[in-house]
Design a protein around this ligand. Structure first.
Ligand code: KIV
Length: 271
């Protein structure tokens, strides 16, 4: 994609909020671009939101490649970030191979979970010219599917601040910070030169990211950190119910949906 990552630092410096949303398929990605989303993230949340997995650790490189290609086909000039899934960053060389596969699938940037323990991997990838985003706070790949808040006490908040600085020093161009008290996220956004994108981490971050299913209201579950900007589930259930009724009552299809054989041809079939 022809998006220069420099625009995100510029936005931070101008205090313009950066908008990120997850996307898992081409049609929604195209809508996200049309709506003006700055960054589409193919998160490993594709596993639980689309693929019916129980937990992010089930997501494979093949899954990420498949969905990255789909999303990439839907985007013309929006920055595409893709998660390196569980087990794909075991060492810098493996991480590099996998990051290249994601780049080939359309990624402009790869996101890596971890509180600084992946410093060497990030240094290696950025040294090879790959854009990397860190991800601190709640890390589903490490902490499991039950989200919890990190950084409620000074010691853990201090660890988060230190890890953000480690990740920035390793060359990352952005950090996602998930489920961290807003005061701590604000401090991190102030201390780092690179943009800090929050999810469940308050409004003083340099931008926000949400899962597309939560923005559109696909699911039954609601989350404190998210807001439904529409109730897709209710609208979709209504539409599907109408479809079922109209098929069963033979109201659908109707004349406008039909195609007809040439009237001169029909007698040849029945005679
Ligand atoms: O996978 C994902 O959706 C994410 C976001 C929660 C940031 O990593």
């Amino acid at each position: 994609m022809a998006v220069n990552k420099g625009i995100f630092i510029e936005k931070k410096n101008r205090h313009e909020a950066i908008v990120m949303a997850t996307g898992y398929d081409s049609a929604i990605a195209a809508m996200e671009e049309e709506a003006g989303v700055d960054i589409v993230l193919v998160g490993d949340s594709v596993g639980t939101n689309v693929l019916g997995y129980q937990i992010e650790t089930e997501v494979t490189m093949q899954d990420m490649i498949h969905h990255s290609k789909a999303v990439s086909r839907g985007l013309k000039n929006t920055y595409l970030m893709v998660d390196l899934p569980y087990g794909s960053t075991a060492d810098p060389f493996i991480a590099f191979e996998n990051a290249q596969l994601l780049q080939d699938a359309g990624a402009d940037c790869v996101k890596i979970e971890g509180w600084g323990e992946n410093k060497q991997v990030i240094e290696f990838l950025t040294g090879k010219g790959i854009d990397v985003c860190g991800h601190i706070g709640y890390n589903p790949q490490k902490h499991g599917p039950r989200a919890k808040v990190f950084g409620k006490d000074a010691q853990q908040a201090g660890e988060l601040i230190k890890s953000a600085q480690t990740i920035e020093d390793a060359g990352a161009m952005m950090i996602v910070i998930e489920k961290v008290p807003s005061e701590v996220a604000a401090l991190i956004a102030k201390k780092c030169r690179i943009p800090i994108i929050g999810i469940g981490s308050g409004f003083d971050c340099d931008g926000q990211v949400l899962v597309i299913n939560d923005i559109l209201g696909y699911g039954v579950k609601t989350y404190k950190h998210a807001r439904r900007f529409m109730d897709f589930r209710t609208l979709a259930l209504g539409a599907l119910g109408n479809y079922c009724d109209e098929v069963r009552s033979r109201k659908f299809p109707s004349e406008e949906n039909l195609v007809h054989i040439d009237p001169l041809e029909m007698p040849k079939l029945t005679s």
